[in-house]
Design a protein around this ligand. Structure first.
Ligand SMILES: NC(=O)c1ccc[n+]([C@@H]2O[C@H](COP(=O)([O-])OP(=O)(O)OC[C@H]3O[C@@H](n4cnc5c(N)ncnc54)[C@H](OP(=O)(O)O)[C@@H]3O)[C@@H](O)[C@H]2O)c1
Length: 237
């Protein structure tokens, strides 16, 4: 019996946790990568440190042979908005951590995982959880907007490259919409100095305008299972 494998970053909580639960319930072997690594299927890694993170991810893959799969799903989900505010006013280590967590390390991680499973002929899906902020700009979110736009450009380019492969993966972008997670709680705690639109985000919570992580995870998993999933496409939940 061939294995179904789901590799998910940021599965400790929020959307990544809901995705991990979904795939576990459906018989996938799930591995999640986060700092707190609270689950038996977690690997502890800090994506703010690209080189160490790549070593940890590479060594975690040694447990997985290069054949015998029915499906391989890779979901780059971990992300952060911190530090919110003008990048010119933030310490350089925080600026670099944001860009590493949201952009540099996901690229290294996806490259490492894709190389490991390159010759595997099964259905392979690579999904980057992006954001409306990849396209719309918000004062105070310059790093997050830049990183999410960057990861979308990466996935679109990867899709062109994969289309030339004998055993291609399907790289896609997912815009999950607005979800009731710690990320939104962090936004609501920001000062208007750092994030001028903060009041609108506080109101949205009070008015019930946030989707649950479980509902968004269900919608994403339905998208990723589509038989006509198209490499390089952007899907909105
Ligand atoms: N919530 C929203 O409204 C919303 C809207 C649009 C897009 N998104 C996107 O959806 C994805 C999931 O967000 P969420 O709302 O579920 O956020 P969340 O609740 O804050 O969870 C973030 C996840 O990323 C992991 N993570 C953060 N920094 C990390 C680091 N340095 N190293 C390793 N893992 C790290 C966290 O794990 P540890 O803390 O254990 O490391 C956690 O599992 C993100 O890509 C986000 O940009 C969210």
């Amino acid at each position: 019996m061939h294995m179904k494998l789901a590799l998910i970053t940021g599965g400790s909580r929020g959307l990544g946790l809901a995705l991990s639960h979904h795939y576990t319930r459906r018989g996938y072997r799930v591995i999640e990568y986060s700092r707190s690594a609270p689950h038996p299927y977690s690997v502890s890694v800090d994506l703010a440190n690209p080189e160490t993170a790549q070593e940890i991810i590479t060594s975690s893959l040694q447990a997985f042979p290069r054949d015998g799969y029915e499906e391989i799903l890779v979901i780059s989900n971990a992300g952060t908005l911190d530090p919110i505010g003008h990048s010119s006013k933030k310490p350089i280590d925080q600026v670099l951590a944001n860009l590493n967590i949201n952009l540099s390390t996901p690229i290294l991680a996806l490259s490492t995982i894709m190389a490991h499973f390159e010759e595997v002929p099964c259905r392979k899906v690579v999904a980057a959880i992006s954001s409306g902020a990849a396209r719309k700009r918000f004062a105070g979110w310059s790093l997050y907007c830049a990183a999410k736009a960057g990861i979308e450009a990466y996935i679109e380019t990867l899709a062109l490259e994969q289309s030339l492969s004998r055993t291609p993966a399907i790289p896609v972008i997912i815009d999950p919409g607005v979800i009731d997670t710690e990320m939104q709680a962090t936004i609501r705690c920001t000062t208007a100095d750092d994030f001028p639109e903060v009041e609108r985000f506080r109101r949205r919570k009070v008015e019930g305008g946030l989707a649950t992580p479980e509902a968004v995870a269900e919608a994403i998993t339905a998208i990723l299972s589509r038989s006509n999933l198209t490499g390089g496409s952007r899907y909105e939940v």
